[in-house]
Design a protein around this ligand. Sequence first.
Ligand SMILES: NC(=O)C1=CN([C@@H]2O[C@H](COP(=O)(O)OP(=O)(O)OC[C@H]3O[C@@H](n4cnc5c(N)ncnc54)[C@H](OP(=O)(O)O)[C@@H]3O)[C@@H](O)[C@H]2O)C=CC1
Ligand SMILES: N[C@@H](CC=O)C(=O)O
Length: 399
Amino acid sequence: MHLPKKLTLGLFGFGVVGQGLLDIISSKNLNLSIKKIGIKHPEKQRTLSAELFTTNPDEIINDPEIDTVVELINDADAAYELVKRSLLAGKSVVSANKKLIAEHLPELISLAEETGKSFLYEGAACASIPIIRNLEEYYDNELLHEIRGIVNGSSNYILSKIYQEQMTYHAALKQAQDLGFAETDPLLDVGGYDPKFKLSIIAAHAYGLIVDPAQIFNYGIQYLSADDIRFSTEKGVRIKLVARAIPAEQHAISLFVMPAFVTAEEPLYQVENEYNGVVIQAAFADRQFFYGKGAGGHPTGSAVLSDIAALRYDYRYEYKKYHTLKQHLTLKTDQQICIYLRYEHEQLVEALQFDEIIERFNNRKFKYVMGLISLEKLIANREKLLTPDVFLCEASVLT
Ligand SMILES: NC(=O)C1=CN([C@@H]2O[C@H](COP(=O)(O)OP(=O)(O)OC[C@H]3O[C@@H](n4cnc5c(N)ncnc54)[C@H](OP(=O)(O)O)[C@@H]3O)[C@@H](O)[C@H]2O)C=CC1
Ligand SMILES: N[C@@H](CC=O)C(=O)O
């Protein structure tokens, strides 16, 4: 029988996820130990003995007894250095840092391959939902069509509190922060950046497409107004922040994140609070729905622990689709989308040059248009859309 290896861990980060991971590890009898924990602020009170902590990353990276580095810090640039140095020092790495992964994936894949070490990151996309491992292993030989998901727990939590409890946006955001769901800079969540990073990681494993996340259009919920909520309620739909991947002809794939009107018949409608949900349309398996907690210390810690446990058997991602298809895949930016646009000034509607306007409403206090527009026009006018006077929402279910 192939017995699991004993692992000696060095952990970077002892915040929401780091402590969640420690709770889970402490409750189990696993053949692994945490030798050192790297933190930033030595003055903070800790629940563990002071000798376990260090602010010097070398104490972890240069320790030959530590074979596995678990990176759970809230600074993507510092995390990039730690992950790179750890792989180069011959350690396998587990991370939950979607920004770092999305921004540096090709380099980190190469580094893991050159060093022969594993780089795993299940916790980086949808926390407790084992989406990456499923895309990597289960759907390995399956042709995947559209993927559509709620992949940010904080913004979903805010939307649930607004619809179900009539809470204000700011009060709901504060709760998401207090519960440890939000990023240190919550604009990453509510502005649709965090879901964009997750979408780009999902696309790498689902299709083999790896693109710089800066090229992916993201629009968030930070300018949602009471008018938009009222409009959606009157139409019998709810606004959710949705990440979409739509494969098209000639190996081109559209990727974008924006609010969307969702009907009660769709699985995503039922996804509330910090939960995430992902609908995968596959050629043969047909439609499948993944659902689970998308933020929080224990749900994310469970995904991180699953990666650590997999390392005991030397598990690594193979990126088969990426290696086979990468020369042929491109990001499609001319996808036509049906949107609702709340606006103040007519110049914006003129600048956007809709392909077709389907509906228009205009009174002194509330103006909107609904119509078809190409994604590239939204990309070109993105700055003009980022103002409290404007809100954008995918509206195909209303036309
Ligand atoms: N919270 C969540 O629900 C989820 C978070 N993630 C990701 O997990 C990671 C951690 O998030 P979270 O636990 O919420 O963050 P927290 O803010 O709760 O904790 C961050 C930790 O990182 C430490 N830290 C910051 N900079 C450094 C550095 N340069 N060297 C060493 N330690 C450092 C901090 O140290 P100190 O304690 O001294 O301040 C702190 O312990 C992030 O990448 C996040 O995006 C992923 C999925 C879900
Ligand atoms: N801030 C993130 C945390 C998990 O990835 C979220 O709210 O989803």
